[in-house]
Design a protein around this ligand. Structure first.
Ligand SMILES: Nc1ncnc2c1ncn2[C@@H]1O[C@H](COP(=O)(O)OP(=O)(O)O)[C@@H](O)[C@H]1O
Ligand SMILES: [Mg+2]
Length: 71
């Protein structure tokens, strides 16, 4: 898949990751469905390996079970 544009957004996310090595950072990425939020995160951080956990509308105990499962 060819990933288009988003140069500025990638630069911002990568800067935040660098800053997070010194101080905790919490980033909120919002937007309508299918505008490319998930893909942007994968492009920004995917090469280094990262945890992707989708928090669905489920009970807290179920989410904890899902989070704990290792394949
Ligand atoms: N910059 C981009 N260039 C090409 N395809 C993209 C880009 N951003 C997103 N896509 C594609 O568009 C679709 C929707 O993106 P996705 O990240 O799932 O959106 P969201 O998480 O905002 O709902 C996916 O198939 C994704 O691969
Ligand atoms: Mg998404």
């Amino acid at each position: 898949m060819k990933f288009y544009d988003r140069k500025q957004e990638l630069a911002v996310l990568r800067r935040i990751r660098e800053e997070s090595r010194k101080t905790a950072r919490f980033t909120v990425l919002t937007g309508r469905r299918r505008v490319g939020k998930t893909e942007l995160i994968k492009q920004a951080y995917g090469a280094d390996g990262f945890l992707y956990f989708f928090v669905a509308r489920r009970k807290e105990a179920e989410l904890c079970d899902l989070f704990a499962v290792r394949d």
